[in-house]
Design a protein around this ligand. Structure first.
Ligand code: FE2
Length: 269
């Protein structure tokens, strides 16, 4: 059970041993087979490319627009429409603040730039709050994006999780524990350095995020995510979340991370 905690497979080596190192019969390297990867990713890649291009255009002019998650209403068993609508409003606020901060930073005058310092300065405050607002946008898009589908996880996702956590059940136990232990977010991330999946917790949007992890699952454990429906009963909310995870979205993110890890030079070499 502790293999995944102790496994320190070097980045280049995990391609050869993949999840097998932790006892799985599945090799992560099979995901990297060109044909298999292309077949699996073709629809998602095309759609994602279009979305990324649209987002890139938005970012150039500092005008992010909120995504529409209304399709979730009535389709997340255990979460009310009111709970979700209130949450959507918070997400839209982060969009607005991100746009505002990007504009303010871009327009910073010479006095602001020359007065920057690490104790207190308007420029510093803008950078700090931008990291909070920006991550508030991205994390909520990950969260809403991995909600609302009730299909079974892809067998390859299950196999990779088994390779990193020992078993699917153990993964869920650790995810639930991370959800209870964190004040803001519990995340399952793909470690771009060694190809393993690990959970981590954030106390707020911009606090405690490890470097070089690509998030494939985001669980919002701020009280605002569940207080309307469950009061302070976070455990009940965690059960509802796990039963409503869109595992297809999670798997697509894993493929995205693996593909990008192998598509160019290693960033850490
Ligand atoms: Fe939230």
């Amino acid at each position: 059970m502790d293999d995944f905690l102790n496994n320190t497979v070097p980045r280049r080596e995990f391609l050869k041993v993949g999840a097998i190192a932790a006892g799985s019969t599945f090799a992560l390297s099979s995901l990297l087979n060109g044909k298999a990867l292309a077949e699996t990713m073709k629809p998602a890649t095309s759609k994602r490319l279009q979305e990324d291009m649209a987002r890139l255009k938005q970012e150039i002019v500092d005008t992010l627009t909120p995504k529409d998650y209304s399709h979730l209403l009535g389709h997340v068993d255990g979460l009310s429409d009111n709970q979700l609508r209130q949450h959507f409003k918070l997400y839209e606020n982060y969009i607005n603040k991100t746009n505002l901060l990007n504009q303010l930073i871009r327009k910073a005058d010479q006095e602001m730039l020359s007065g920057a310092n690490p104790t207190y300065a308007p420029y510093r405050e803008m950078l700090v709050e931008l990291s909070y607002a920006h991550n508030g946008v991205v994390l909520h898009e990950l969260y809403f994006g991995n909600l609302g589908h009730h299909g079974a996880p892809h067998k390859n996702l299950v196999a990779v999780i088994q390779g990193s956590f020992g078993s699917w059940e153990n993964y869920l136990k650790h995810l639930m524990a991370a959800g209870k232990a964190s004040r803001g977010w519990a995340i399952t991330g793909f470690d771009m350095r060694d190809g393993h999946l690990r959970n981590y917790g954030l106390d707020q949007h911009n606090q405690w995020a490890p470097v070089h992890f690509y998030p494939i699952l985001a669980l919002d454990v701020y009280e605002h995510a569940y207080m309307i429906d469950f009061g302070t009963n976070r455990s009940q909310y965690l059960d509802v979340f796990v039963n409503n995870v869109n595992w297809e979205a999670v798997y697509n993110r894993l493929l995205f991370a693996v593909h990008h890890l192998m598509s160019g030079p290693a960033a850490t070499d």
